[in-house]
Ligand binder design. Structure first.
Ligand code: KG4
Ligand code: ZN
Length: 338
């Protein structure tokens, strides 16, 4: 089954064709990140305008690369992100997908972007097995779920305020780093000694599987206010390393707590922050020490951040087409509300 996936939830415009949820026949991605960089964050209206320009060329390029030149193309369904995301951005993808589904007479499969992030792991040579604990760490979400089967999951916990990616981005901005802050902060952190700066790991000790990251941002604001002179490179790297440590420490601790409680066969980590090498290393170390066998899945970096491959893959496994007059954008869709 060949599925054309379309992703436009934030500042990327992605299209991909995936065969049987396993083989990527083609994928294309246009990003408007360079435009947002000068503002230090995504400007929603600008993102949607860029997506309007990019959606047809990106979809066209994907079909050509997959050698699907006939009209209608030899695909079996169209999958599209319906949320969460920016309303203007979501509408560009959804309206395009609906139009193509209608004129080509193809089923339309709506996809939850957050669930789809996990499906990047289903492209591994041997996919994850159920039950799986899933940690989603993206720009807007930090969630722990127990995935019992395709499309069946239990919500275990999540952030009460800022997401981990958001904390990386906001703190990176305080340090004068470019948007998106996660990758820039990671590079700086590699050069620093985290022990030179003391920062809190909020909710590290709390019994719940919830997270909180806004206190860390406040702690960095206070720390910077106390600095007597402009940050030199050495000080900046130490702060970056301490921030990364504080975030990763609590992510790993809560994830391992969920693993020990639910004893899954697989642990799947997904979303942009899963591209972070330190997080991966720490999870690898800690999962080795678990008293039962657990397989850790972290997709390659280009599949951790937003892309359309994960949308097509997720749609293959869920296989839940809907009549297109019932498919709408849901900007606040989450893993709590389905
Ligand atoms: O999943 P994603 O591409 O978009 C959303 O759906 O939100 O995640 C983007 C987030 C941003 O906050 C970005 O700073 C963060 O992922 N990120 C990273 C790294 N690469 C991307 N955070 C830490 N380390 C990285 N290497
Ligand atoms: Zn995402």
């Amino acid at each position: 089954m060949r599925i054309l996936g379309i992703e436009t939830s934030c500042d990327e415009t992605g299209a991909a064709v995936v065969l049987d949820g396993r083989m990527v026949l083609s994928h294309a991605l246009a990003s408007s990140v360079a435009i947002h960089q000068k503002y230090g964050g995504v400007v929603p209206e600008q993102a949607a305008r860029e997506q309007l320009k990019a959606i047809i060329p990106v979809t066209h390029e994907t079909l050509i690369t997959a050698n699907l030149l006939s009209r209608p193309p030899a695909i079996d369904a169209i999958a599209v992100t319906i949320g969460p995301g920016l309303i203007g951005s979501l509408l560009v993808g959804i309206e395009t997908a609906k139009t193509l589904a209608w004129i080509w007479d193809k089923p339309l499969i709506p996809v939850n972007h957050l669930l789809a992030h996990f499906y990047a792991a289903w492209l591994a040579p041997t996919p994850p097995q159920f039950p799986a604990v899933g940690l989603l760490v993206s720009g807007g979400h930090t969630d722990l779920i127990l995935i019992e089967n395709h499309g069946v999951w239990k919500y275990l916990g999540g952030t009460r305020d800022d997401a981990a990616g958001e904390a990386f981005d906001k703190i990176a901005r305080l340090l004068g780093l470019p948007y998106p802050g996660g990758p820039a902060l990671e590079q700086l952190a590699k050069l620093g000694d985290p022990k030179r700066v003391e920062l809190p790991s909020p909710m590290y000790k709390s019994e719940t599987l919830d997270f909180s990251f806004s206190g860390l941002k406040t702690a960095v604001i206070r720390l910077l206010a106390k600095e007597r002179q402009p940050l030199d490179h050495g000080r900046k790297t130490a702060i970056a390393a301490a921030v990364q440590n504080a975030i990763v420490r609590v992510l790993v601790e809560k994830t391992l707590r969920a693993v020990l409680e639910y004893r899954p066969i697989s642990l799947v980590v997904a979303g942009g922050v899963a591209a972070n090498t330190f997080l991966k290393e720490q999870l690898r170390e800690r999962t080795k020490q678990v008293p039962f066998k657990i397989h850790l899945f972290v997709p390659p970096p280009q599949l951790c951040t937003d892309n359309a491959v994960m949308i097509a893959t997720c749609a293959y496994y869920l296989n839940t087409p809907l009549p297109f007059d019932t498919v709408h954008a849901i900007p606040n869709l989450s893993l709590r509300n389905g």
